[in-house]
Write a protein that binds this ligand. Structure first.
Ligand code: SF4
Length: 366
């Protein structure tokens, strides 16, 4: 960053921090929903420069973290079949299931391959017509359109050996569930920038202000954007008028991305989904539509899955609901580390426990 630009950023940051301190009159808990925000906040040391009254808590916005063990166990069961190739994003590899992980299965001979796009899995299916390629479709509204596009691409190519195992999730129903839970106390949301770029900011989040009277700001990922969003939340609290604001206008439009949503909902439909730590929420997931059932692993490839067990002592569920912090988990940094993760929140780069471990003593740095 050029010197002048860096100085200007520093001055703006100082000003925002000063205003945040001035407006902070009582304890407030703001939830950053998105795992990318969690990492950005830690990396820049933002927690350390906020007044003690402002607590930032992580939410359920890390897709790998909220994927339940039952899904992992199903993927592991598929990976043990001789004619199956599991295609997955790298983060899923090390997440512990009930008794194994995809990484362990791979070490023992399973064909588990990392892909960087769902379309890579389609190409894999084309290259291996004698094998069944199952893509682990994990992620929020941001990644679901590309998974849907992969299904459309497989259909166009006439593939009979490409399948998706959908664990896609929708963010707004999870926020509604958190606000209804008596144990969760949230005074405002830093809404996820990437998800909002797809779903938009008006209709999907209106319930936050109309039903729950909770301030909400769509936030970008640069330190200055996050500070500005915190300031905007505080201003709403002080004015006593909760509203939806967009602090990430350079990327997020009010109506989101209708083209991406059209692709998404041509293949998927909303369905109940199981969230780690939150439970089953109606309308919070995406299931493959009946008209595309030929690509739905659950429908086409029945498999016996072991009985699901949760890791003993792991408090990932509470972390994802924002009711505790990783530091309060007795396993944190002892039995559970990034090298030996006990729960999913310690695996993903967007996981709250991994961020606390890596940046826990981070310093303010733009
Ligand atoms: S530190 Fe590990 S065991 Fe504890 S909540 Fe996080 S992932 Fe679970």
């Amino acid at each position: 960053m050029p010197k002048m630009q860096a100085e200007e950023v520093r001055r703006t940051a100082d000003l925002l921090v000063e205003q945040i301190h001035r407006l902070s009159e009582r304890p407030l808990r703001f939830m950053e929903v998105c795992g990318t925000h969690t990492v950005a906040i830690f990396r820049a040391g933002i927690r350390q420069i906020l007044p003690p009254e402002i607590e930032l808590v992580s939410g359920p916005g890390c897709p790998v973290c909220v994927t339940p063990n039952q899904y992992l166990d199903t993927a592991i069961a598929y990976s043990r079949q001789q004619d199956v190739i599991i295609a997955t994003f790298g983060d899923m590899l090390r997440v512990p299931g009930s008794s194994s992980s995809l990484q362990r299965e791979k070490a023992e001979g399973a064909d588990v391959r990392i892909v960087y796009s769902p379309l890579d899995a389609v190409a894999m299916a084309q290259a291996h017509p004698d094998r069944k390629v199952i893509f682990l479709a994990v992620g929020f509204e941001t990644t679901a359109p590309t998974a849907a596009a992969a299904v459309l691409s497989a259909q166009k190519a006439g593939l009979k050996n490409f399948f998706v195992l959908s664990a896609h999730k929708l963010v707004p129903p999870a926020l509604a569930a958190l606000l209804q839970a008596p144990e969760t106390k949230v005074d405002g949301f830093l809404l996820p920038g990437h998800v909002s770029a797809i779903i938009g900011i008006d209709a999907p989040y209106r319930f936050l202000t109309e039903q729950f009277h909770t301030p909400a700001v769509v936030a970008g990922f640069e330190p200055l954007e996050i500070l500005r969003s915190v300031f905007m939340l505080l201003r709403q609290v002080q004015e006593g008028v909760p509203r939806l604001e967009n602090a990430y206008g350079k990327v997020v439009r009010t109506d989101g991305n209708p083209v991406a949503r059209k692709v998404l909902y041509s293949v998927y439909e909303t369905a109940a989904a199981e969230w780690r730590g939150i439970g089953s929420l109606p309308g919070s997931g995406l299931a493959v539509k009946e008209s595309y059932q030929a690509f739905d692993a659950v429908v086409q490839l029945p498999v016996t899955v072991e009985k699901t067990r949760e890791p003993v002592g792991c408090r990932c569920g509470e972390v994802l609901r924002g009711v505790t912090t990783p530091a309060n988990c007795p396993l944190f940094g002892k039995l559970c580390t990034p090298d030996h993760p006990v729960g999913s929140c310690m695996v993903s780069v967007e996981g709250s426990c991994a961020a606390w471990y890596k940046y826990g003593s981070g310093r303010w740095q733009l």
